[in-house]
Structures are given as structure tokens and as C-alpha cells.
Write a protein that binds this ligand. Sequence first.
Ligand code: BGC
Ligand code: ZN
Length: 369
Amino acid sequence: MKAVGVFAAERRYEVIDHPMPEIANPGQVKLRVLEVGICGTDKEIVSFEYGNPPEGSPYLILGHECLAQVADVGSSVTNLKTGDLVVPTVRRPCSHVTCAACRQGRQDFCFSGDFTERGINQKHGFMSEFVVEDGANVNVVPARLRDVAVLVEPLTIAEKGIGQLWQVQQRLPWTQNEPDRPRGEGLRAVVLGGGPVGLLGAMKLVLEGFDTNVYSLSPPGSDLAGMAASFGAKFIPAETTTVAQMAEMIGNIDVVYEATGVSSLSFEVLKHLGTNGAFLFTGVPALKGPKTIDTDLIMRNMVLKNQVALGTVNASKQSFADAITDLGQFYQRWPKSVGSLITSRFPIDQVKEPLSGKVGGIKSILTIA
Ligand code: BGC
Ligand code: ZN
């Protein structure tokens, strides 16, 4: 079958012929891959800056943002049936008995660093016609989300981050938690970055009731103002608004959801975080050497304003379930906005195009079946 193989040692990647995987134990399922999203992590892997092949394999099959259909189920699988639309999780646990996180199925918090990730680190990914996966790592998606469910994996970043935001902000005794009232009502959020992670995070914040502002540069040809407005967020152009002006416009910033991976911008914005505010880092910057930041001001603010800064990576199975629920909500409320996050689709044979960095737009997708 066809697959996208990255041969990092030889500094090349291409569509290859890879052996068809088959169910090897009764808990597994065989999936026909429908679509795989492409993100910055994939671009780093095909630039040979990140990622590792499985032990003994000369290549890594790329792809971690997967939408698939169940093709066959092992005899002990009860939660899935042939034809189900599904999204698999990405990270698999380390094997250390002492890793409390992995032993509890929370490899998104792995202590040892010896976790693996499909399509990224030591496990083949999903850019192939079929994959085999443990039934326990697979989440069912309602059929009505077929056209957008490839966005579930990037949305899990917001689900995990904002879930923790509420856990942290329970420290504020007046944080409201009434079942029928959005928890973010009356609070102000800033999203840094207008890419897929930023916009999905912004949708989640709007859904939670926040007054949500997207602060970003606009790539040529993009209409981020129109996109943000279409789901109830405001767009603030970074070309013409300084961070200080942006902060002035908004007032007390309760949450910053960072989705740029640009550390200099992030720390500049951290200086303007509001009283009792929380800053969520989701981006992974390349290591480009030390930079100058005003550590006195940041530390002083953090103490005197009771601020929290939190980094968050990957996602648990629960975050995938939450993402599926929330994507359903987004799609119901803003069907056109959610659909237009996906700006291009390419067949597997043209995989190099969306990975080249020359395709603009928001999210590029590889269509496999
Ligand atoms: C993926 C995460 C992964 C991270 C670091 C992201 O693109 O969505 O699942 O943990 O890269 O490898
Ligand atoms: Zn990704």
C-alpha cells in the first residue's frame, strides 16, 4: 500500500510502498485512512529537524492528524464496528513502572520522556492507506462531522489547555460553574496566532463565553478579520497594533492562548497579562539562542497580580472525546467557518506540495481514500 516515508538519514521523503498492516491481536482494529491533516510538526519532520523512525526502520511514516474508517475489528473489540468514523490518539505510553502518568493512561504528562508518538516519534503515523491500532486508542466520530473531523486532533490542544485553565482558575472562589452558563462569561481572552491551532482555540473560547480577541499577522490573501468575526471573535492585526496597544484596547486580559511558537512575542504579551490571569503556552519554538526579556517586570507582575503561566502538550483520550463534542457544537453554530478552516486538499501523490510551505491558507489536508 501507499505511504509517506521520511528517510531522515538520507534527507529525503516520498510516497513509498509499505506492507499492508494486519490485526495481530484481538484488541486491535484495522482502519482505512480517509484524511490526514498537515501541521508545523510535519513540516519540521520533513526538514529533518524533528522526529524519529521506529527502531530498525529506515523511515518514519508521517502523519498524526488522522480521520479514518473502521475496516475490520479484532474479536475482543466491543466499542467499534466496521464502518465507524474514527480519530486515533497520537501518543503511546512509556514502559517505566515508575511513570505515574503513563501507568494511569495519561502519557500526555509522561515523566520519563520515553513515550512514543504516531507519525512523530518512533511509531509510524497515519499517512498510509491502512493502519492497525489498539481499539482503546480510537475515538468514534459522528458521521455528520465527516467533512471536518480531521480537525479533531489539533482541537485537542485547546481542549487540554482550556480544561486545565478551569482547574487552575478554581483557585478564584468566584469562578462560576453553573451548568447552563458559559464559564467564560465576562472574561477576556487573547489568542496569539491565526493558524489552525489559534482559530480552533478561539472557537473554543467563544463557545466558553469569553470575549475573544485573535492577535495575529495576516498572511497575504487571508481574511482573518472575516474569519474571526464569522464565529464571534475580534481580530486585531499585529502589523498595525503593538502588543501594548492591543492590551490597552482589551482591558484586563484573563487568558492568553498562545498558538504561534514565537517566544519573543509570547513573553512580550506575558508582560500585559491581567490580574489573576493565566497564560497558556502551546507552541514549540525552534531553539535559536537566548533573547533579552525583562525578567524583573515579568516576575514582579506574576507575584503582584497572582498570575499563572502553563505549558501544555499533546492530549489524553478524554481531550479527544471533548474535541469531538465541541467540534460538533462549532459545526452546528458556525458550519461555514469550521469548513473554511480547511483551505486545501491534496491527494497522497502530491504530498510534497502542502509540506513545501508554499501553499498558503489555514489548514491543508491529505486525502487518502
Ligand atoms: C502534536 C502533538 C505532539 C507534539 C510534539 C504536535 O504537532 O499534535 O501530539 O505531542 O506535536 O511532538
Ligand atoms: Zn499536528
